[in-house]
Structure formats: structure tokens, C-alpha cells
Design a binder for this molecule. Sequence first.
Ligand SMILES: [Zn+2]
Length: 76
Amino acid sequence: MRTTSTTDIRCKQCSALLAKRDRDGLSIRRGDMQTTVTGGDFTVAVTCYRCRALNVVTSRPPQPPAAAAHAPPTAA
Ligand SMILES: [Zn+2]
């Protein structure tokens, strides 16, 4: 049984499809060039090919600071 949960990364300004994110990482594809970013914690800045807007993509979905502050410490 395979679960495919792929999230489209779209330009915040013009909604052009910039990349796709799944459990294995982030895939950016333009024509014959494909880039895959993997790892636990990354930040990628992608310039939209259509409107030139800068989009910042992180490995984890953005969390409100309040939620992070209430989370129990994991390093202890
Ligand atoms: Zn755009």
C-alpha cells in the first residue's frame, strides 16, 4: 500500500507551479532540468519563471510561533 501525498508548490504571486513536495523531498523541474532537494531541514528560494517573484520554500510547513512555544522540549 502506497500513500502518495504530493504538495504543489505554487508561486505566491501568480500561482505558477514551481515545484512539488512529497515525503522524499522537494522536486523542481523546468524542461529537461530537474532538481531534487532532500534532507530534514532545508530552505530553498525559487524565483518564479513567469513573474520573477521570489518564493521561499521550507522543508516543513510554517508553524505559528505560539504553537512552537507551547510544544514540549524534545532536546531534554
Ligand atoms: Zn509567479
